[in-house]
Design a protein around this ligand. Sequence first.
Ligand code: GLC
Ligand code: CA
Length: 556
Amino acid sequence: MTDKPQNAAQANLGLSGAQPSSGEALDAQENWWRTAVIYLIYTRSYADSNGDGIGDIQGVIAKLDYLSWLGVGAIWLTPVTPSPNDDFGYDVSDYFGVEPQLGTMDDVELLIAESHARGIRVIFDIVPNHTSDRHQWFVESRSSRDNQRRDWYVWADSAATGGPPNNWVDHTGRSAWEWDARTEQWYLHNFLVSQPDLNWWNEGVCQQFDEIFGFWFAKGVDGFRIDVTQGLIKDSELRDNPPADDTDHPDVAARGQKYVYNLNRPERHEILRRWRALAREYSPERLLYGESYVFDIPSLAHCYGNDDECHLGLNVPFLLSSWSAPALSAVVAQCEKVLPSSAWPCWTMSTQDESRFTTRWCGNNPQAARCALMMLLTLRGTPILYYGDELAMPDTEVPEALMTDRMANPPVRISRDFERTPMQWSSGSGGGFCEAGVVPWLPFGELDTCNVESQRADPDSALHLCRELIQLRAASPALHSGPYRALPSPDGAWVYLRGSEFAVALNMSEHDVEAACPDGKVVISTLRSHDGRVVDGGATMLSPYEGIVLAVAETS
Ligand code: GLC
Ligand code: CA
């Protein structure tokens, strides 16, 4: 299935096809995603190789050495398949091709080979909930009621009153139904009008996606991030959603209805199990990371199934938590309690759909952002960094005239452009993202104050802190996999143990805090001048937003 390994990095990925020598090695190979840091790249925004102002696959290839230096174990690219770009790749018009703005199939193959040569896995994004309305399947489906693909999408007659079939609203807050005058029926779109939902009750759709997964797995893709798993299948009777009430998350309440019948259907689990079985056919088993946009931990637990659905699920309660020690530690405590022991936690602070953590949580305070990075990289489970997180890159203000995101979602979000602006590689024209003078597809943030080049030159930077935390985590099983145990923490702080070897103390407040810590030595402090400090006798003074990783002294 895969080529012979060319070097040690590739052999470490288990790409030789040869069986590892010991059970432990097999385990490590199968479970690479438990110890790796995953790095999410908004493909259009990482690096432009050909002067059109749009990031592309060759651009990512050019940055692999940087990613290898940073120490990430896997990269996840937002969709690279052809798309009219109404939703920048999340409106797919061909699942077997490569979007010309982003590159070619040769580029994809090179990306996979070059990543593997550096010991980095490649995760692609798959969009099974909906396609572009320009996908050939939909063109056929809407051509007539008798077309063989008619049933591949969700079509319905008008309600008795003459309007849309039911009360479902899409993610922009409008009716989720679009009238098709030619065939005199409505089609469903949970996202944009140009993103018709597929009908997952149809076996032809299921088989088609088996083929799509297989196609990319055979190319060497190490896993998929599965878009909108919660939406995969709809109520077969298309019943009205019930009204939202004050028990609902504000994002749900803003839509006025509970997502009971258009999302979160129990039948989706069968589809996820089908894909897990498919992933298991490959050795090492390919990763499935589900976008599970659900607002509570018990619902997130469902995404994992009985260790037979997704390996990892997007942790929305963590992502959307407020920034405070009690709020974040409560989410973690609940995950520890509610996720079954086979379900591996997963943590992400920023995505292409939410304001960056530096801005949303930390009000652009660099010290607080460093504390957040320490939290992310010391929790039990898999951390996902969004490109630029390692620099504590803030959101960029994008003037209305330059906004590109069509999924305006007021009052929840005005635009997702703010968190999608180009990666800030250096100061000066082009910012290292594109050639000087080229206009990038979205404007640059503050290049002078935040960029890779200057942070690489500064050992005290967020980038170096992040890299050291990644290195320590990689070298310390206790940090990625050791048991998590919260310790009594004073107001504003969060202290926890990782295994018996490490304690982490985070001051998430703007005041000095004295926290009781085990005796030990500070291995990494967010205030670098405190590195190496010896903690003796328990009470440890933490400066505002200071975080420390403590190597706990052995007790004999
Ligand atoms: C997911 C993606 C988002 C996209 C949506 C529709 O939520 O993260 O960017 O717009 O799905 O595909
Ligand atoms: Ca380009």
